[in-house]
Design a protein around this ligand. Structure first.
Ligand SMILES: [Zn+2]
Ligand SMILES: [Zn+2]
Length: 289
């Protein structure tokens, strides 16, 4: 079984401000035992040839990929030989699928941001091969559940992805794929459902740290993950962190930078950006009960 993350961003990304290179992502993934990675930059399919040997030396195969914005919604396109960068509409995507072999993934489909598919997943259900469980969730706040119910209803497989924008996000949610170490074999295996999602929720402290790291760049604070992270972290008050800190020395060591972060300007900015996400979250949680 190949340990894989098929949704990651690096400093080559033309849209997001990412503080590590593709080489650094590969090194970190290798240290965590990954064997397959897709670097899915926004709007641009990374030429993986300069990185393939570096990855192979560390036991990793790179799967070509891109996170394309289609009619305003994020869609991850894996292993298309060409044409993925030219897809602007769902009609274009349908044409690409007829012409070329590749895998269409619905990332963070029901997260509280404008870039998420939501109703378009249902409207264009036939175009999607796979649904993502995104690493950005806690036990209390999990926007993935609705996507997984959708996948179950439509008989589509689910993959676990980090949607990595900071290296700390790698390793909590990933896929185990029953395939040879080859992009075609990996995508075929996923399409056939030969994939297991390994996933654990972020702790509140982890969510707060990710939220803080993402909110350091304004475009990330307003992204699907940034909004979700800050929504999750804000859901538990800083009092909860403080009380756990009194119980455990280790927690206290973690809580100190977190409480400093909660007082920071960057955090308050992220919090104000996510207040509307929080309202939507409450109403979507109420609906899903
Ligand atoms: Zn996205
Ligand atoms: Zn992404």
């Amino acid at each position: 079984m190949l340990k894989a993350d098929l949704h990651t961003h690096t400093a080559d990304d033309p849209v997001d401000d990412i503080p590590y290179t593709t080489f650094e992502l590969i090194d970190r993934a290798a240290a965590l035992g990954y064997e397959a990675l897709a670097v899915t930059l926004h709007e641009k399919q990374l030429d993986i040839r300069p990185f393939a040997a570096h990855a192979a030396e560390r036991g990793i195969v790179l799967v070509p990929g891109i996170e394309r914005t289609i009619e305003g919604r994020h869609v991850v396109l894996l292993n298309f030989s060409d044409g993925a960068e030219q897809v602007d509409t769902f009609a274009d995507l349908a044409r690409l699928k007829r012409r070329r072999r590749g895998l269409v993934v619905a990332p963070h489909a029901y997260f509280p941001a404008r870039s998420c598919l939501r109703g378009d997943l249902e409207r264009h259900a036939d175009l999607f091969d796979v649904v993502e469980r995104n690493a950005m969730y806690t036990r209390a706040v999990d926007f993935n559940r609705r996507a997984e119910r959708w996948a179950a209803r439509h008989g589509k497989p689910v993959v676990g992805n980090g949607d990595v924008h900071r290296l700390m996000q790698l390793g909590t949610t990933y896929s185990l794929i029953d395939a040879e170490k080859d992009p075609d074999a990996i995508c075929d295996a996923i399409a056939k459902g030969h994939v297991i999602v390994e996933s654990r929720p972020l702790s509140t402290v982890e969510a707060a740290r990710v939220a803080s790291a993402l909110s350091s760049s304004p475009e990330m604070a307003s992204s699907a993950q940034g909004k979700a992270a800050a929504a999750m972290a804000r859901r538990r008050s800083s009092m909860a962190l403080a009380s756990s800190a009194t119980r455990e020395t280790r927690a206290a060591a973690i809580a100190t930078p977190v409480s400093a972060m909660l007082r920071s300007k960057a955090w308050k900015r992220a919090a104000s950006l996510t207040s509307s996400a929080n309202r939507r979250l409450r109403c979507c949680m109420a609906r899903s009960k």
